[in-house]
Design a protein around this ligand. Sequence first.
Ligand SMILES: [Zn+2]
Length: 308
Amino acid sequence: MGLYYFDYGHGGKDPGATYKGRKEADDVLKVGMKTAAIMRANGHTVDESRTTDKTLSLRQRTNDANKKNYDALVSFHRNAFNRKARGVEVFSFPGSSGSRAMALRMQKELVKIGFVDRGAKTANFHMLRESRALAVLPELGFIDNSADNKIFDDNIDKIAEAIARSLVGNINATKPPAPTKPRNYVMNGDRGNSIIDIKQLQKDLIKVGYGVGSAGADGIFGKGTETAVYNFQREYVGGANGIAGPKTLRILKEVLERKASDKNKDNPDRELFYRVVTESFENRNNAEKYRAELKKAGFDSFIDIYNK
Ligand SMILES: [Zn+2]
C-alpha cells in the first residue's frame, strides 16, 4: 500500500485565486480531502499539508513533504485567468519522467469528467522542484469561469476518484472508510458514516438560525447542510469550507450554550437561589482577606464578581 503526500494550495492569509466570494484555498481543501478519504478507504496512507484554512509557506510545505519517503506528492490547485479560459491541466517538473507519466495519467482521468483538455504540462514550480518524491500539480479548472465551476461542483466526488485512480490504479470509491479510524468531521455526501451525529448537527444548526434545507434534520449531509455549515463558519469560525470538524462543532456548541443562557434570563421557571451577602469590596485582596476570616470562623463562602 502506498504512502502519499497531499498538499492543498494556499489557505489562511492566502486565499489563492478568488471569484465571486469563492476561494481557491477552500475548493482545493474540499476536493483534496475527499481524494485523501478515498485513498485511505483503499488502504493507502495520506499525509496532508493542512486540513484547515491555515497559512503555510511553500518552504514549510516541501519541508514537511520531504520528511518521509512518499511515493508521490500531489499539490492541488485551481486556475484563474480572464474568466474565459477553461479546462484542466496537470503539471510536472521538466525532466522527471516518473512525474510526467503520473501527470499524463491524471490529465487523462480528469478530462473524462468533462473538463476541457489543456494537456499535461511541465513547469518549474516550487512544489514540483523541491519535492523529493514524484510530484504533480493539477489545476482543477478555472475558478473564474462559471462553466468550470459547475463541472467542479457537480463532479467533486468524480474528480477525487479520478485523481485517486490516476495515482493507484483501480479504486473502490464506494468502500466506506475503515471502521478502526472513524473520521472526526462530516461533509457533503455523508450519511451516518462518522462518529459525528449528523442529525444532531442539523438540529443544532437550525437552533442557531441556519436552515439545512427543505428536508430538515434528516441525518443526510447534503447541499443544504453544507451551505448551513459554510454560512455558520463564515459568521462564527472564520474560514469556511462547509466541512463540520472538531473546531466547528466546538464553536457551534458554544453558540448554542450562549443562546440557551440568554434565554434563561427571561425564563420564569429557572431555578432560584437565595444568596446571603455580608460585605462587598472594591479591592480583590480585601475580599480574599474577608473570606479567610469567614473560613476561620467556620463559614464557607465564595467571591461573586459583579458590576455595580
Ligand atoms: Zn493555486
